[in-house]
Write a protein that binds this ligand. Structure first.
Ligand code: B3K
Ligand code: ZN
Length: 869
């Protein structure tokens, strides 16, 4: 496999102006004809034209209408090369290929899902459809004619506007689509099948009436109401907040059961994994509803950030993904609770991105190289750091300045393929901003560690904060430069109120402030800021709202942290103080556990969480988050040698202790937050359910018969899946008859709904009950399990040798069917070096076994080999 480098980027020798595609869809084969108007970048160029192609049968090539003979071109397994081309301003290239969508299990390119045809072209799937310069800086105007059997495929969709349609002989019909905007081929899409649509309209603020259609099998249409609500909310929000309007008269969303990712932003024809479209109160949880809102928003927002302005090359992926993830985060914040959304996003960053940034696949926001681009899309979470970088621009520039930057970006780059520097330059130029060494964020991998030391001088009435930053070495980057870290700070007085800051001294200059919080621009390896006119020793609230994606180590005492937990005006930092305390406390308990010392939970911690629990002024979902302990992964991530057994035991211990000490309050919460009203998706109701269900899980962890009864009755009386599934999960924490019975009951109830059954699989595969590998091995033989469907393929963290072996075997099996999903799974091994020697040996053996498998995909090769390196 070949590694591709950012530094090797060169402009294409040929541009494509227009592309006319024609598909004749069939059961055994599909014929794809393309007619491309090609123009050389440099007049009179004699460069060969190299087209990408993968698993294609070439039928014919014509240049200017003239059929090329073998020998006029070169064909290998990945390319079609045309060595001599007319020396003209432009010429016409025609290529016919044959492909076999029914055999395509990779779900990349053109494939079939539940009998319907659909496509996925990002990042490099278009080359599985026809020979093309499959790179995003080739932007062309497309037409697409789709022809198929009319009774099997009554609906024929592609990008843009429907120009004409009609019947043709042999029971076939066609549709002709035209997309007026230039686009890269990764945004091409085609869908053909038996589908019905939920229809609605949206009138843009300039008066364009847009027809909205969400396509699913007819029986699923009732479950698309929330998706339609989400789409309209997103369209309105983008106008209000970013001034961005939809640019065509039609917007289609199609839901398909088999899809490698969440969804795809193809121009005007978004294709979605059904789990991110279909929802009803009985079959989807609050988390599903929220995910649908966020992802529908995300794909819609790509229409401008990604589609109208796209990436020059795949190294710039964050240009569109970081920005669009940031946009969907803001959208969800505005639709619900900003603090709770921020907490959720930061948690994901810590759970997924920080460990990746410390492992063999660590890469900068803009990677320097890749073997298989698909490996850089390991779920939406991993664009999280790119989104944080965009958020830092906003923190530094303020809402208005940020908006000015966005406006300039579109003014300069509409219908262009650009780079991360172009975005940076727009932000800078629109604000005449000084971004110092901010660009380091794009080129250095690894999570910066920022240490903060504070000191108060009573005589001088000054308070000093000393920062030092260090970015740990990552593969290929042993040493790092300092980067620009915006630190939002407030200082609390002894009553817990924010002190009004008057001035701060830094680098020889005194800056006046007069507000309760300020942004410190930390740009050097070591740097000091001194606040003046501070009457008493304050407690600093640092990195408010998580103002930079870094790991922070402060000299704050436990008392300071308890104080912040109780008083900080920045709600995010109240949560954060509780988490810092929990992490410290859990790490100490881990070492107690390892040295066979008895485990004792600090009563102050119980008290601290107890007062949050009974603080009726707080948002209920905030309380639910505040009483949730950091995950096992987060704790292991902080250890020199990760010890899964100890961390597991400690987390369980702390949970049970909290539950037992706070059971009266927890029970009250469950009882006061039930509702028999019809399900409503809004923040107050979701927050109420979240708090109740978090409390229920705590209580059920005690295995006390009365709480088991309580959870069982919550399970039985639930009127929506959120409550029902939460009760199921609470009961499934503990091994035994009740668990087995309730899982069986749930399956019986829902076996007809594959999306609910998937949750049932996932609950079990991610369970930490002892002996789970054996349970899950049995599930593989379950009639509802299908390895080919990515939603069902499970992702475990190996706990002992049997877990590793189980995962290793699945990876090898799955790689032959779907390399993208297989490589996502092999990532579970990537941090094997962080465990004890026995585990290391077991995991390494599996990685080596995988590497020796016949016909290994590039996807799995890249992750497995980098993990072993
Ligand atoms: N842009 C796509 C991801 C495509 C993944 C390709 N393997 C969806 C998204 O950003 O949500
Ligand atoms: Zn995206």
């Amino acid at each position: 496999p070949k590694e591709i480098f950012l530094k090797d980027y060169t402009k294409p020798d040929y541009y494509f102006e227009t592309v006319d595609l024609s598909f004749s869809l069939g059961e055994e084969k599909t014929i794809v004809s393309s007619l491309i108007k090609v123009s050389p970048r440099v007049q009179g160029s004699s460069a060969p034209l190299v087209l990408d192609g993968h698993d294609l049968k070439l039928l014919s090539v014509k240049v200017e209408g003239k059929l090329l003979k073998e020998g006029d071109y070169q064909l290998d397994s990945r390319h079609l090369t045309l060595p001599s081309l007319p020396a003209k301003e432009s010429f016409v290239l025609e290529i016919d290929t044959e492909i076999y969508p029914h055999k395509n299990t990779s779900l990349d390119g053109l494939y079939k899902s539940s009998g319907n045809f659909c496509t996925q072209c990002e990042a490099e799937g278009f080359r599985k459809i026809t020979f093309y310069q499959d790179r995003p800086d080739i932007m062309a105007k497309y037409t697409c004619r789709v022809e198929a059997d009319k009774s099997l495929y009554p609906v024929l969709l592609s990008n843009g506007n429907l120009i004409s349609q009609g019947d043709i002989e042999g029971g076939r019909h066609f549709a002709l689509w035209e997309d007026p905007f230039k686009k890269p081929c990764y945004l091409f899409a085609l869908v053909a099948g038996q589908l019905a649509s939920r229809d609605d309209t949206f009138t843009t603020r300039s008066g364009r009436e847009v027809s909205l259609k969400i396509w699913t099998p007819a029986e699923d249409l009732p479950k698309t109401a929330h998706a339609m609500y989400s789409l309209k909310a997103a369209m309105k929000w983008d106008e209000d907040v970013f001034g961005l309007e939809y640019d065509l008269d039609l917007f289609n969303i199609v839901a398909v059961p088999d899809f490698n990712m969440g969804a795809m932003e193809n121009k005007s024809l978004n294709i979605f994994n059904s789990k991110l479209v279909l929802a009803s109160p009985e079959t989807a949880t609050d988390a599903d509803y929220a995910a649908i809102l966020g992802v529908i928003g995300h794909e819609y927002f790509h229409n401008w950030t990604g589609n109208r302005v796209t990436c020059r090359d795949w190294f710039q992926l964050s240009l569109k993904e970081g920005l669009t993830v940031f946009r969907d985060q803001e959208f969800s914040s505005d639709m619900g609770s900003r603090t709770v959304k921020r907490i959720a996003d930061v948690s994901k960053l810590r759970i997924y991105q920080f460990p990746q940034d410390a492992g063999p696949m660590a890469h900068p926001v803009r990677p320097h190289s890749y073997i298989k681009m698909d490996n850089f899309y390991t779920g939406k979470f991993l664009f999280a750091k790119g989104a944080e970088v965009v958020r830092m621009y906003k923190t530094l520039l303020g809402s208005e300045g940020f908006r000015k930057g966005i406006d300039l970006y579109f003014q300069r780059h509409d219908e262009q393929a650009v780079t991360c520097e172009d975005f940076f330059a727009a932000m800078r130029d629109a604000n005449s901003a000084d971004f110092a060494n901010f660009l380091q964020w794009y080129s250095q991998a690894g999570t910066p560690v920022v240490k903060v030391a504070s000191s108060y001088n009573a005589e001088a009435r000054t308070f000093s904060l000393k920062f030092s930053q260090e970015i740990p070495p990552t593969p290929g980057q042993p040493t790092k430069e300092a980067t620009f870290i915006p630190v939002v700070v407030g200082l609390l007085d002894s009553s817990g109120k924010d002190i009004t800051l008057s001035s701060v001294y830094h680098d020889g200059t005194l800056q006046t402030i007069s507000s309760s919080s300020t942004i410190l621009r930390v740009t050097k390896k070591e740097e000091e800021f001194v606040f003046s006119d501070i009457a008493e020793r304050p407690v600093p609230s640092l990195f408010r709202g998580f103002s930079a994606p870094v790991r922070v180590e402060t000299d704050l005492s436990d008392d300071d942290l308890f104080f912040l937990l109780a008083h900080d005006s920045d709600e995010f930092n109240r949560w954060e103080a509780g988490q810092v305390l929990a992490r410290k406390l859990m790490l100490n308990l881990v070492s107690d556990f390892q040295q066979n010392r008895p485990l004792v939970l600090n009563p102050k911690f119980i008290q601290g969480l107890g007062s949050v629990l009974s603080d009726s002024t707080l948002d209920k979902e905030f309380i639910a988050k505040a009483i949730t302990l950091p995950g096992e992964g987060e704790i292991m991530d902080m250890m020199a040698v990760a010890d899964p057994d100890a961390v597991h035991a400690v987390r369980k211990f702390v949970r049970k202790q909290l539950a037992s000490e706070l059971k009266t309050e927890l029970l009250k919460i469950v009882e006061n937050n039930r509702s028999t009203e019809a399900y409503v998706f809004d923040h107050p109701n979701m927050a109420r359910r979240a708090l109740k269900n978090t409390a229920l899980a705590y209580l059920a962890s005690l295995e006390d018969p009365s709480y088991v009864e309580l959870a069982l009755s919550e399970y039985k009386l639930a009127t929506n899946l959120t409550d029902q599934f939460a009760a199921l999960a609470a009961l499934a924490q503990n091994r035994g008859k009740t668990r087995d019975n309730v899982l069986a009951d749930f399956y019986n109830k829902w076996q007809g709904d594959y999306l609910v059954v998937n949750k049932w699989f996932l609950l079990q595969s991610s369970s930490d009950i002892p002996g789970n590998v054996e349970n899950v091995t049995k599930l593989l033989d379950h009639p509802a399990f299908d390895l080919r469907n990515p939603n069902k393929a499970m992702n475990f963290h190996a706990k002992d040798g049997s877990g590793y072996k189980f995962l290793g075997d699945i990876v090898v099996q799955l790689d032959k069917i779907n390399p993208q999903v297989a490589s996502r799974m092999v990532s579970a091994f990537s941090r094997w070096k962080r465990y004890d020697e026995t585990r290391q040996a077991l995991a390494k053996a599996q990685l080596e076994m995988i590497m020796s498998a016949n016909g290994l995909s590039e996807n799995v090769f890249e992750i497995a080999s980098k993990s072993l390196a």
